[in-house]
Design a protein around this ligand. Structure first.
Ligand SMILES: [Zn+2]
Length: 494
């Protein structure tokens, strides 16, 4: 259900406030003696804060109800221009949580006294992003169905016509899709069911879709992908290639997105223990983020083609499953010595990147919940970024900072690859020591990504307990917002 975003230049009158159920007030940060900006109920709110000795700040949201007919549920914070986007998004979630708990039909935002237009825009963007993210319905299998989320409109006061609502809507659509797919239990999102869902989406969005099944992949000699897929009793694994081709700009060099879509990761023959296997249906989040980014970019009608390659498979245990010491040949002719069957992500991505690179994209970005070592290095608040273009590094950091989906770059120097020297094949899949595995995994992928500009995002922040930034669920859909910033604000392809 679409949520309407409306804006008005002036503040609501007292009579209008009587009809508003939920209100967010953002005030400028000033010393306590400074006069408050004028807005309805200002005196009453100020007195209340004085009585309860509540200090209004930019880290939390104070909740009160207005003494009007609607008993308007109101949250208050101050705003500082120095707040980072991530801090703003966190603050926005605190407001959104209070209001969404009431399941309102509409929420109103006012920012009296905030003079800087840029700050008003940033704050409104964060508040809208948090409200939309919180209002997005996520899958549940409980027999008692939860009540429908009712939010239908958000009205922002104090914004001009230049405010970009479309971008927020598109980003929320992409992020919500990524989170919804990630939340689905593994028996409800097998590679086959996932593909059906993608086909439906492709039809709705006017994307062309190709599916490379086992047979097609055998023809491509995609032995690394097939090594992982061969353990599945159902031959439902394969690569999906989606294309968004704009009417104007179709001859431009494309952007290519690639995602790891392991619908369930048992670890394979090197089986995971229960603690680590729990939650492994989320190992397809990279593909969901690539798909979500494609959805957002095509809704925004970007003027360049976007291809999206999804590596859909499961990593099973069984008599046919690949094993340690197997040697397989990838589609670019590279022979790989299998070292650990739980390093399946880099195997399926190797062939997917190699095939995707044939499109000669202007830029290729892949997303994967790839390594535990990236989580050890960064925790789950940041994701790792890797690139074969050093000149991108400041841009990647900037996109993370400005979007609030923060990434930090890791080195990709050639000598890391010494760890992957194999006695029998061209390269080892991984090491058994696990030292700097996120870097070694990226070096491995680089062998398949071609010579063109390439960025690899290791989604350490794909799951953060309690949610991250403005996102209220553990699974974050991290990457869609970052990617939009990278392309549309940092303009990395120009
Ligand atoms: Zn694995």
């Amino acid at each position: 259900m679409k949520i309407h975003l409306k804006h008005r230049a002036d503040l609501p009158t007292q009579a209008e406030l009587d009809k508003i159920s939920n209100l967010i007030i953002l005030l400028p940060e000033r010393d306590t003696s400074a006069p408050w900006p004028a807005f309805p109920f200002m005196k009453i709110i100020r007195n209340r804060l004085k009585i309860t000795d509540s200090k209004i700040n930019s880290k939390s949201a104070i909740t009160t109800d207005l003494p009007n007919e609607a008993g308007t549920r109101t949250t208050l914070s101050t705003l500082r221009a120095e707040l980072t986007t991530h801090e703003l998004l966190r603050l926005a979630r605190k407001h959104a949580d209070v209001h969404l708990a009431q399941n309102p039909r509409d929420v109103t935002l006012i920012m009296p006294g905030i003079r800087q237009r840029a700050l008003r825009h940033r704050a409104a963007e964060a508040m809208l992003a948090a409200l939309l993210a919180g209002a997005a319905a996520m899958p549940t299998c409980k027999s008692a169905k939860p009540g429908k989320k009712r939010l239908r409109a958000v009205t922002c006061h104090g914004l001009g016509d230049s405010f970009d609502y479309r971008r927020i809507q598109a980003e929320c659509a992409g992020n919500s899709l990524a989170r919804e797919l990630t939340a689905l239990p593994p028996n409800l999102l097998t590679p086959r069911l996932y593909r059906q869902r993608i086909r439906q989406l492709a039809r709705q969005q006017g994307w062309t879709m190709r599916f490379l099944n086992h047979k097609a992949l055998e023809k491509e000699n995609a032995g690394a992908f097939l090594a992982v897929a061969q353990g599945s009793p159902d031959k439902d694994a394969g690569m999906v290639r989606l294309s968004y081709i704009p009417a104007r700009g179709k001859s431009r060099k494309p952007l290519t997105l690639v995602g790891k879509g392991i619908c369930y990761d048992t670890g394979g023959v090197n089986l995971k223990p229960a603690r680590h296997m729990h939650g492994m249906h989320e190992d397809m989040q990279g593909s969901a983020v690539a798909l979500g980014a494609l959805l957002a970019l095509s809704q925004l009608k970007v003027p360049f083609p976007v291809h999206c390659w999804l590596a859909l498979a499961q990593n099973h245990i069984g008599p046919r499953a690949y094993k340690q010491n197997d040697v397989v040949t990838a589609s670019n002719g590279t022979t790989i010595e299998v070292m650990h069957t739980d390093a399946e992500g880099r195997m399926v991505l190797a062939d997917t990147l190699a095939l995707a690179a044939r499109d000669k994209p202007a830029l290729m970005i892949d997303y994967a919940t790839l390594t535990g070592s990236c989580v050890y290095a960064l925790g789950t608040r940041y994701s790792g970024a890797f690139t074969n273009r050093d000149s991108y590094i400041p841009t990647l950091i900037a996109a993370g900072k400005h979007s609030g989906e923060r990434v930090w770059p890791f080195p990709l120097d050639e000598d890391y690859e010494e760890a992957l020297e194999s006695k029998i094949a061209d390269i080892k899949q991984c090491t058994l020591d696990g030292e700097a595995d996120h870097i070694i995994a990226a070096r491995f992928l680089q062998r398949f990504a071609g010579k063109g500009p390439w960025i690899h995002i290791d989604l350490a922040a794909g799951n953060h307990k309690g949610g991250l930034g403005h996102i209220p669920t553990d699974y974050t859909g991290f990457g869609v917002r970052f990617t939009l910033n990278l392309l549309l604000d940092q303009k990395i392809m120009e």
